[in-house]
Ligand binder design. Structure first.
Ligand code: PMP
Length: 440
């Protein structure tokens, strides 16, 4: 069945079996083989698979109405979910716009920023400075932010690339600075970039507070986050946090920005919000910005499926489940356990060069030399080899061979946030077996 012809043209590294069903942190193929969903898909399935209470609540909505266009009806699921989200947001980020995925959320954030600036008589501001490496989505607008050849590929000519600053990858730095000093040094590159671009042309700065597909769970020094907020304030530049991956509880707080007490002006979310039960994303913005837009005639933007009631019912059920099961608490506790276990692997495998993350947004990176952090030879194809070994043994991981132009194999180990300590041991057991085979 695995090799049956397909009309789809998705890219998988190797032939994949048909999915049968899922339960909790496990997925099963049609032969009955069990897999630990060690990356929650692509950091999506935060509350695990087939959660009966979420499914039951979705069924209630399905029986009522699966769709009602947002310009024709208000719906309780979308209103209730927006209210719940507003309550979870820091500061006054309490106006919400729903979308169906991460790229849509990022582009909505950009368009909202731009229209707000125009209402403020600041139409000269249009540049959205982003970081490299970064990942903000696959649509052309999001790719303009993402930067670098890796994702832009042959599409680079089709959009106007936005200015970038370097994302701090301080574990690669060999200087005499402390982490705090490095954080400030990298943040100050934003100030220089704004000056170089001309402050009156800069609309916003967008960043993933904890890197995802781009840098593999990379966290910046604490000083970085607060300094970035200060710089944005100094220049009247809007701060957009792309929390598509880091949000919805993945790092142990509802939004990752809470770890640093920094409130962005706009936040983009998706992935864990629908948690695999529905394609769902959201943008939350500061209320005075949205009021200004509405006063000026409304938000010139929209997607057909924005706020559809079934997706919102799923999102609401996911958030309720997170509260009832203390998912954030479990994420923090199990994140510490997983980090400890992964760090333990460094004693056994010299090629594990760096372990990092926040909550259960966790990764390790392979290197050929821990001192210099030189990558493994490209021909070893480590990012793919190890993933396939683990997959065969029943553990799904997410890997990339990039750290932004610099070669490097990193592996995200991001199980659903309901994972138990015994299940983390299971993950480590399979991972160790795969690493042993890889090393042999
Ligand atoms: N932003 C971030 C931080 C992401 O990780 C992703 C997806 N990996 C996206 C945006 C794009 O999301 P989507 O694939 O749902 O469009």
């Amino acid at each position: 069945m695995t090799d049956a012809p397909s009309h789809l043209f998705y890219q998988a590294r190797a032939p994949r079996p048909f999915l049968s069903h899922g339960e909790g942190i496990y997925l099963y193929d049609e032969s009955g083989k069990r897999y630990i969903d060690g990356s929650s898909g692509a950091m999506v399935s935060n509350i695990g698979h087939s959660n009966p209470r979420v499914l039951a609540k979705m069924k209630v909505q399905m029986d009522r109405a699966t769709f009602g266009y947002r310009l024709h009806f208000r719906t309780h699921p979308s209103e209730d979910l927006a209210a719940k989200l507003a309550g979870l947001m820091p500061g006054d980020l309490d106006r919400v716009f729903f979308v169906s995925g991460g790229s849509e959320a990022v582009e909505t954030a950009e368009k909202l920023a731009r229209q707000y600036a125009v209402t403020q008589g600041q139409g000269s501001r249009w540049k959205v400075i982003s970081r490299t490496p970064a990942y903000h989505g696959g649509t052309l607008g999001a790719l303009a932010l993402t930067g670098g050849k890796l994702f832009a590929g042959p599409f680079a000519e089709m959009f106007q690339e936005m200015p970038h600053v370097r994302a701090p990858q301080t574990y690669l730095d060999r200087d005499n600075l402390t982490e705090e000093e490095r954080g400030l040094k990298y943040a100050d590159e934003l100030r220089e970039r704004i000056e170089a671009e001309g402050p009156a042309s800069v609309l916003a700065f967008i960043m993933e507070p904890v890197g995802g597909a781009s840098t593999g769970a990379l966290v910046a020094p604490d000083s970085y986050y607060t300094r970035i907020r200060e710089i944005c304030d100094d220049y009247g530049v809007l701060l957009i946090y792309d929390e598509v991956m880091s949000g919805a509880g993945r790092t142990g707080t509802f939004l990752a920005c809470e770890h640093w007490g920094v409130t962005p002006d706009i936040v983009a979310m998706s992935k864990g919000l629908g948690a695999g039960y529905a394609p769902l994303g959201a943008v939350a913005a500061r209320s005075h910005m949205v009021e200004a837009l509405l006063d000026a005639g409304g938000f010139l933007h929209g997607f057909t499926y924005a706020g559809n009631p079934l997706a919102c019912a799923a999102g609401l059920a996911v958030l309720e489940e997170m509260e009832e099961q203390d998912i954030l608490g479990n994420c923090t506790r199990m994140g510490a356990v997983l980090m400890d276990r992964l760090q333990g692997l460094m004693a056994r495998y010299p090629f594990i060069g760096h372990v990092r993350g926040k909550g259960l947004l966790t990764a390790f990176e392979m290197v050929s030399d821990r001192e210099t952090m030189a990558p493994l030879p490209k021909e070893w194809n480590a990012h793919s080899e190890l993933v396939e070994l683990a997959y065969d043994a029943g553990l799904i991981l997410y890997s990339r061979r990039t750290r932004g132009g610099v070669e490097g194999d990193h592996f995200l180990v991001c199980p659903p946030l309901i994972v138990t300590e015994a299940q983390i041991d299971e993950i480590l057991q399979i991972l160790t077996g795969a690493l042993d085979t890889f090393a042999a």
